[in-house]
Design a protein around this ligand. Structure first.
Ligand code: NAG
Ligand code: NAG
Ligand code: NAG
Ligand code: NAG
Ligand code: NAG
Length: 366
């Protein structure tokens, strides 16, 4: 077992937590726009070119980096906490020999699904931003592995954190946005969870021992869902103004995922498989927005083109007719779909302080 002790040394307002001794020497990440640090942009971002322009990136980087936020993402705050460089996008590592894979690589791709593109094409869902599903990302990883591992069982993976997601949110988004019903989509959940579990076990077979698998966010509180599925029936909303049925759907996915992770822990007792409760972390600031500094509220997007939740499909963030708020740090929702840097910081803190990671991401001192 891991007997190293980690002492939280100081808390910077802008940096978050920095740990006294780094628990991990590298991070390998798989996922979608919640953790893409540049792959989609490097590929040309044809489905969403505004990601290459301000206001995306305005807060911390002061330029668009391909991150779907005003600033840093959860993975950036985790890298900071472990005193590691920001995890470079795979396409940058592949294209430019200057980007090192020494401290890990990020395979996440905005718009990516857990299931392969064929699954959607067979069901006439043809609005995918990308075909770079979890399996495609896994194959990129396998290709790179031979370059970064000299020894057969790749010792350096033992000190690496593998993040498998968040992924799967888009599988549902695409289907919901094309009119799929909640009952119909519940039948998709075992497939999506199966894809996440398959990828997680494949990584363990490749030598990963420390893995974190996040669940879905409370989609019923996101401006895009609140706008597209607005209801005149007050009963459809909880007391915070979120759509109950969509949050129940996210919880259903999460409970299936957690059950499947329990089985995986039995199959691979030597691996440490952490569940990251993104849902619970986000609900903490939905329940207590002011306590977390979200004076602008948590349901309305900072950047958008009007409407009750400031999400307008004809004037989405970055497009003509849209505008970003003055101070993104008082909003949790950035562009209707993605969260602000301020919100991602709180999620990262909740993973690090253990309130939203089980077992806790940071091993407690022994
Ligand atoms: C998909 O669309 C094609 C052509 O419109 C149609 O023939 C087919 O039945 C549809 N398949 C499904 C699963 O809806
Ligand atoms: C995904 O694959 C399909 C079928 O091979 C192709 O037609 C489509 O252009 C691809 N989409 C993207 C975004 O690459
Ligand atoms: C997961 O792996 C199993 C066994 O290889 C396979 O039968 C199944 O189709 C896979 N599921 C998904 C969703 O990829
Ligand atoms: C949404 O954007 C369109 C295009 O800019 C604009 O005409 C419309 O008034 C906006 N809707 C709302 C509710 O602000
Ligand atoms: C952990 O951090 C989150 C996010 O800032 C916060 O809401 C929560 O209260 C913290 N929990 C503990 C036990 O410190």
């Amino acid at each position: 077992m891991n007997c190293k002790s980690f002492i939280i040394v100081f808390l910077f307002q802008n940096i978050g937590l920095v740990l006294s001794s780094p628990q991990y020497e590298s991070i390998f990440n798989f996922g979608d726009s919640l953790s893409d640090t540049g792959n989609f942009l490097l590929s040309g971002a044809l489905a969403f070119p505004v990601i290459g322009q301000l206001p995306y990136g305005e807060t911390f980087f002061q330029r668009a980096t391909g991150r779907c936020s005003d600033g840093r993402l959860i993975i950036d705050f985790l890298a900071e906490a472990f005193s590691l460089p920001y995890v470079p996008p795979y396409l940058a590592v592949k294209q430019d020999r200057g980007q090192s894979s020494q401290h890990g690589v990020n395979f996440a791709f905005a718009g990516a699904t857990a299931l392969d593109a064929e699954f959607f094409f067979e069901r006439n869902i043809s609005i995918l931003w990308t075909n770079n599903s979890l399996n495609v990302q896994l194959n990129w990883f396998r290709k790179l592995k031979s370059d970064i591992c000299s020894d057969e069982d790749c010792d350096f993976f033992k000190k690496s954190l593998f993040l498998v997601g968040e992924i799967g949110g888009n599988d549902y988004n695409y289907a919901f946005f094309l009119g799929g019903g909640i009952k119909q989509l519940r039948s998709m959940v075992p497939f999506v969870v199966g894809a996440i579990i398959n990828a997680t076990s494949a990584l363990i077979e490749e030598g990963a021992v420390e893995l974190m698998v996040p669940g879905n966010f409370p989609i019923g509180c996101s401006a895009v869902y609140l706008t597209l599925f607005e209801s005149s029936n007050k009963e459809d909303y909880d007391r915070h103004g979120c759509l109950k049925a969509f949050n129940a759907f996210a919880r259903y996915h999460n409970s299936q995922l957690k059950q499947a992770l329990d089985l995986l822990r039995q199959t691979y007792p030597h691996a440490r498989i952490i569940y990251a409760d993104y849902y619970g972390a986000a609900m903490r600031f939905v329940h207590a927005p002011l306590h977390h500094g979200f004076y602008g509220g948590t349901l309305k997007a900072c950047c958008g083109g009007g409407g009750p939740y400031n999400f307008n499909n004809s004037a989405r963030c970055g497009h003509a007719g849209s505008e970003a708020c003055q101070n993104p740090s008082i909003y949790s929702n950035w562009d209707g779909i993605h969260l602000t840097e301020a919100a991602y910081r709180h999620v990262a803190l909740a993973l690090i302080n253990g309130s939203s990671s089980a077992p806790p991401l940071i091993s407690s001192p022994h």
